[in-house]
Every structure is written in structure tokens, then in C-alpha cells.
Design a protein around this ligand. Sequence first.
Ligand code: AP5
Ligand code: ZN
Length: 210
Amino acid sequence: MKLILLGAPGAGKGTQASRLAELYAIPHISTGDIFRANLKEETPLGLKAKEYMDQGLLVPDELTVDLVMDRLKKDDCAGGYILDGFPRTIVQATALDEKEEVDAAINVEVPDVSIIRRMAGRRVCPACGEPYHTEYKIPSRDGVCDRCGAELIIRKDDEAETVRKRLTVYHDQTAPLISHYEAAGKLITVDGTESVEAVTEAIVKALKER
Ligand code: AP5
Ligand code: ZN
């Protein structure tokens, strides 16, 4: 199954992608995680991406498209994949359309007010990327990742002002993709304000009904 997850920053794309990847045994490809991993290793790509990410802006399409297209050529993508955070612009969506036929684009809908609350409580694992929340998804050991044992951190771009900027960028550049995939007959919309489990169930049900 080839899936795309659409949604505002903090809508729960990473959370759902990690669950769906396990459920369907397909790789979870998050452009945000790839950029953050590069930044940690201080690669030229990571350092370049940081200039944009820290300001809440999108990394330029020319850096992003080739990166994802190369990743999709790897053997583990032969049986499908779940893209989390890509495409994010019409240019990226068009580039993907030229090479791949996806089964569905899942739009996780959450209003801006809830997004701001979620980002304020988010904690992430710097090692494996798993997201946590101080109220909604508490790790079993305080401040430690359940999956890999690394110490959780607060993402730099989760500061309130940067979150507002990311939301503006989302509405301007990424929200138009909803109509793009609707026109292609690929769109599934789910209510992202429900519990993590309920959102996964809604996605699985919608995929079965297709
Ligand atoms: P990226 O890492 O993709 O960030 P994002 O899209 O802004 O999304 P987030 O990771 O912030 O949120 P999410 O939707 O995954 O939510 P999560 O599951 O964590 O990108 C970061 C940056 O990289 C971008 O700003 C850009 O600069 C760059 N970039 C990445 N891709 C790019 C591209 N294609 N082109 C150009 N630039 C690109 O959940 C959020 C919180 O809520 C968590 O704490 C979670 O535990 C909690 N939560 C989740 N679901 C629920 C629920 N149902 N109920 C209650 N709490 C919940
Ligand atoms: Zn971890």
C-alpha cells in the first residue's frame, strides 16, 4: 500500500504514520525525521535544512524532491510505504505524481487552536523519532522513549512563535494539496481531534472501504 499523510504541523501525522507502518508492515518515511537526522550528523543537507526549519519555513523543493525520490527507489519500498510530511507543495506533489501512483492521501484534520496546545506538550525521541505528549501520550518512564530508551527532548521548532509561522506556511502552501488529491479521487479525510487509537481505526476503516 502506498500512502500519503497530509495535515497541519502537529495534526498527528508522525503518530499515525508510525502505527500504520507497523500495521501494514511498510516503511515510514518522514522528511522531517530525515532532515533532523542529517542535522544531528551535521551533514551539508542537515545544516542547509536547519536554516529553514528553525524559522518554520519549508526546505526548498529542489533539496526535498530528490531526497524522497531516492528513498523510494530502495528495496524496502517495493511493497509500499507511508509518506509523512511529503509532499508539502504542489511542486512536490507533481514530482511524485510523475513517478508514483499512490493508493490514498489521508488528511488528518485538526483545528489550529488544538494544534497550538499539542505542540506545547510534545516531546520527541531524538534517536527513533517517536512522538510523545505530556498529557496525551505519556512515556512509561518519565522523559524516556518506550521504544529505544533514549532521553526525550523538546523540538526547537515547537516554540510558540515558530508554530504560528508553520501554521501560516501550512495554510498557504500545503493545504492546497487537499484539493489536488480530492480531484485525483485519492482523498480520505479523518477527524484528527479524536484519540490516537480512534484516528487509526478511522483510517483503517476508510482504507478497507476503498
Ligand atoms: P515535520 O517533522 O514533518 O513537522 P510537521 O509537519 O510540522 O509535523 P509535526 O512533526 O510537527 O507533527 P505531526 O503531524 O507529525 O504530529 P505528531 O504525531 O508529532 O517537518 C519539520 C520541518 O521540516 C518543516 O517545518 C519543514 O521545515 C521541514 N520539512 C519537512 N518535510 C518537508 C517537505 N516535504 N518540504 C519542505 N520542507 C519540509 O503529534 C503532535 C503531538 O500531538 C505529539 O505530542 C503527539 O503525541 C500528540 N498527538 C498526536 N495525535 C494525537 C491525538 N489524536 N490526540 C492527542 N494528542 C495527539
Ligand atoms: Zn526512541
